[in-house]
Design a protein around this ligand. Structure first.
Ligand code: DAH
Length: 337
């Protein structure tokens, strides 16, 4: 009924023709599947006598084992070929040198800000942010700059309406922090400010400042000088000296402008410091008691404040002579820092 040799031969040529795992599965089904040859032989067994069953059954089992073995061998062979091809196609040479990619870097103004911030944070200052769109009340009124005050004209203001402006300075953050009433205060506040100025080498309608404010008891002008001198040496180098010239700001009394000795010529006078030996760095002063009152604090407190222009520091530190370069984002320029 069944010739094992016939099946073996037939199977051999079927398997020899197979070159993929999918085709091999077809062969397997053809012999061992539900409708396969071996299965159909098995089904015939039930019609046979016991004698024949025994003999025929044995034959079928031998044939079945043979088929399983052959298919398994072919499977192993094809599968290892498949793996080999897969490994080849996924091969990555980790020793190939990578392409040079450029990571970019921080803008000179960001670098300057980060440096200034770190100096003050290391002295225990907190960083506070305030809104760029600000109430006239905070930008001016609470800083003792009432309507009609000449200081308003100096800061050509972008008005959104009569109550709201684009802040012309970071000083309104002082008013906001004082008004919150938590003491002592020791903060810096960085940010963008706006003035309706035409663009030229030293002006821009938008630039950046860092505000500083300390309020506590027993704070003196000596604390202001000590702090800002420490800052100047940390930022420009140990050799620089500072000097404080009387000035006027409505929200500080007394007020001063601070110069540092020219870090290029050491104070002898050069092109960089326009032969002055000194370079103006920032405005500062003791918080005007009027401002405590306007912000709802006790007038008997003491404190100092200062305002630093970030662009100005960047121009000085990196010896850039035109502010516009900082905003044009010309990669050939920026790559130098
Ligand atoms: N807000 C001033 C300006 O924009 C700068 C300034 C001066 C800030 C003195 C201060 C200060 O806190 O005490 O011109």
């Amino acid at each position: 009924m069944i010739d094992v040799n016939d099946i073996k031969n037939e199977l051999k040529s079927a398997i020899d023709n197979v070159s993929s795992l999918v085709d091999l599965e077809q062969v397997r089904l053809e012999y061992l599947g539900k409708k396969g040859k071996i299965t159909s032989f098995m089904q015939k067994l039930k019609d046979l006598s016991n004698e024949e069953k025994k003999e025929f059954g044995q034959e079928i089992n031998i044939a079945k084992q043979h088929i399983e073995e052959q298919i398994k061998n072919k499977y192993d062979e094809l599968y290892s070929k498949y793996l080999e091809a897969k490994l080849k196609s996924e091969y990555i040479d980790v020793s190939i040198p990578v392409k040079n990619t450029s990571n970019g870097h921080l803008h000179p103004c960001t670098k300057v800000y980060n440096e200034v911030r770190d100096i003050f944070v290391n002295m225990g200052y907190e960083v506070v942010k305030g809104p760029e769109i600000e109430y006239d009340e905070y930008n001016f009124e609470k800083l003792n700059i009432e309507k009609g005050h000449p200081a308003r004209d100096e800061q050509d203001t972008f008005y959104i309406n009569d109550k709201i402006v684009l802040r012309t300075q970071t000083s309104p953050v002082q008013a906001r922090v004082m008004e919150s009433g938590k003491l002592p205060i020791k903060m810096i506040s960085p940010g963008r400010v706006f003035r309706s100025d035409a663009v030229d080498a030293t002006h821009s309608p938008t630039f950046h400042q860092i505000e500083g404010l300390v309020v506590d008891k027993n704070i003196t002008f000596a604390d202001l000088k000590g702090t800002l001198t420490y800052f100047s040496k940390a930022f420009f180098g140990d050799k620089v000296e500072t000097r404080f010239r009387p000035h006027h700001f409505p929200f500080t009394e007394p007020s001063a402008e601070m110069d540092v000795s020219c870090f290029k010529c050491g104070g002898k006078g050069c092109r960089f410091c326009k032969n002055e030996g000194w370079i103006e760095i920032l405005g500062c002063g003791m918080v005007n008691p009027k401002v405590y009152e306007l912000c709802g604090l006790d007038e008997n407190l003491q404190g100092f404040a200062f305002g630093i222009g970030i662009e100005r520091l960047a121009l000085l530190k990196y010896e850039i002579d035109d502010m516009r370069l900082l905003y044009e984002n010309d990669i050939r320029f920026l790559n130098q820092f």
